[in-house]
Design a protein around this ligand. Structure first.
Ligand SMILES: [Zn+2]
Length: 156
């Protein structure tokens, strides 16, 4: 992993739009890459409310709380942008793919396990040779006893 290279540097202020390289779904990330002016205004309002509430304790010095509020907001916002990158359809995460391809594969497999489990279909397990095992494993059906019982096998 290359820690010197930051993937956050070349950002535009527009919403990210792209086609998922795995399933081809047209993607538009709901969040803008960086916080907007309205967010800073909201942080400022929060700071004023905090300053007013803590006036007896801090008086006008409470305005310094803008900096920790801003830091916390920025971290949460960027985590949400980061989480919104993963494709809803196939679970492909472009950022994770750039950082660690093996982890991206594992995350996609977990996504598909969840998706198939919701539909009551067992996940097609692979042997070391790459051949797909035909019979379902008992662990796939044990975790969802109610949904697997009601869904017929021809549903998917
Ligand atoms: Zn996708």
């Amino acid at each position: 992993m290359d820690f010197d290279k930051s993937y956050w540097k070349q950002q535009s202020r527009e919403h990210w739009k792209f086609y998922c390289p795995y399933c081809g779904t047209q993607r538009r990330v709901a969040f803008q890459p960086r916080p907007q002016a309205k967010h800073y205004f909201q942080i400022l309002l929060t700071t004023f409310a905090f300053t007013t509430a803590a006036w007896n304790w801090l008086s006008f010095k409470g305005i310094v709380a803008f900096i920790p509020f801003w830091a916390v907001f920025e971290v949460i916002y960027r985590f949400r942008v980061r989480a919104a990158l993963a494709c809803d359809q196939c679970g492909f995460d472009p950022y994770l793919f750039l950082v660690d391809q093996n982890r991206a594969k594992v995350e996609m497999e977990m996504h598909w396990r969840k998706m198939l489990q919701k539909k009551g279909v067992p996940f097609p397990e692979k042997r070391k040779s790459g051949r797909v095992i035909k019979e379902p494993l008992p662990t796939a059906s044990e975790s969802t006893p109610t949904s697997t019982a009601s869904v017929p096998p021809t549903n998917f």
